[in-house]
Design a binder for this molecule. Structure first.
Ligand code: ATP
Ligand code: MG
Ligand code: FE
Length: 338
């Protein structure tokens, strides 16, 4: 089954064609990052307009890359939630029109389920159940993937997402948006012990976490140094911050493995590209005999292929939409209703 998959939830317009949920035939992405950079973050209105400009050409390019004709597409899938509402609506409307014109099923896909499904592309033998650490620009959570379409959130951040914090700290250090990857690079060789960072403990669910205190503490440190005219040792601060995020995520991922008894840990989302987090996960899972799945960096950030992968399993589960499909800025992936 060949699925044309559309993703436009944030600042990447992406169109892919994926076969049977596992094989990428083409994965076309038009990133708007450079445009938003001058504002230090994504400007929703600009994002929507750029999606409109890019989407049709990308779909044409996807067909050209694969040599497929329109008649050889079996379904159209689209990210319908969560994300920037105007941006999502561009993809949803394009997908509705395409499904209608091609007379094929329309498959709505939750963006975070898509991030998790990137693992099916990277590891063709991977099947649920498994545990997934989702760390992206807007989400940080531990998810028990009981089945392809049945996912349970075990815990996660109560305030900011890990990616947001990386971007905020990077921005204050003068790195261009989105600064997560630049901060990661700057941390290489840094001494994480120079700047002590708080590790907040929350009452209640031990798998819940909070990043706002850590973020504020890094922000204050930078501001105070600025006021006193002191130089921040950037590699050391980046290493300390990355280490603190890592120290919050990795032990909880191990706890989630213990709680669920799962023997496989997958990671998903843009922050899963972080080198320190990847190294720590490798170390800790190896020590426990747990299989670790980490998609290549190209599949960690937003892309269309991950939407096509999840769409296949949504289709098999009968989760098809009609022309009344809408987009939603927020929507849980647990027990979602269209
Ligand atoms: P969501 O998926 O929650 O809706 P999003 O789609 O904006 O949010 P992604 O595209 O999955 O998020 O990830 C982007 C985030 O990943 C950004 O915050 C970016 O800084 C961060 N990121 C990318 N590479 C790295 C890295 N090496 N280290 C830390 N953060 C990184
Ligand atoms: Mg993005
Ligand atoms: Fe994303």
């Amino acid at each position: 089954m060949r699925i044309l998959a559309i993703e436009s939830s944030c600042d990447e317009t992406a169109v892919a064609i994926v076969e049977d949920g596992r094989r990428i035939l083409t994965d076309c992405i038009a990133s708007q990052v450079a445009l938003h950079r001058e504002y230090g973050g994504v400007v929703p209105e600009i994002a929507s307009r750029k999606h409109i400009e890019a989407i049709y050409g990308l779909a044409e390019q996807a067909l050209e890359n694969t040599g497929l004709t329109r008649g050889e597409l079996d379904a159209v899938a689209v990210t319908y939630a969560p994300g920037l509402i105007g941006a999502l609506l561009v993809g949803v409307n394009f997908a509705k029109a395409a499904a209608l014109a091609l007379d094929v099923p329309l498959i709505p896909v939750h963006h975070i389920k898509g991030h998790i499904a990137a693992n099916y592309l990277a590891y063709p033998d991977l099947e649920p159940p498994f545990l997934c650490l989702v760390v992206s620009g807007g989400h940080t959570m531990f998810v028990d993937v009981e089945d392809y379409t049945k996912l349970r959130i075990l815990g996660g951040t109560r305030d900011d997402a890990a990616g947001e914090c990386f971007d905020k700290v990077a921005r204050l250090l003068g790195m261009p948006y989105p600064g997560g990857a630049a901060l990661d690079r700057a941390a290489q060789g840094g001494d994480p012990s120079r700047y002590p960072m708080p590790r907040p403990h929350l009452s209640g669910n031990p798998l819940d976490l909070s990043f706002s205190g850590l973020k504020t503490s890094a922000v204050n440190l930078i501001h105070n140094a600025g006021q006193k005219g002191e130089q921040i040792v950037i590699p050391d601060l980046c290493a300390a911050f990355s280490e603190a995020v890592c120290g919050m995520l990795v032990p909880r991922a191990m706890l989630a493995l213990e709680q669920t008894g799962r023997k496989t840990l997958a990671v998903a989302g843009g922050v899963a590209a972080n080198s320190r987090i990847r190294a720590a996960l490798q170390r800790e899972t190896a020590a426990r005999g747990v299989r670790l799945c980490m998609p290549p960096l190209s599949l960690c950030g937003d892309n269309g292929a991950m939407i096509g992968a999840q769409a296949y399993y949504e289709y098999l589960a009968g989760n098809i939409a009609d022309q009344t499909l809408n987009a939603y800025a927020t929507r849980s992936m647990e027990g979602e209703a269209l």
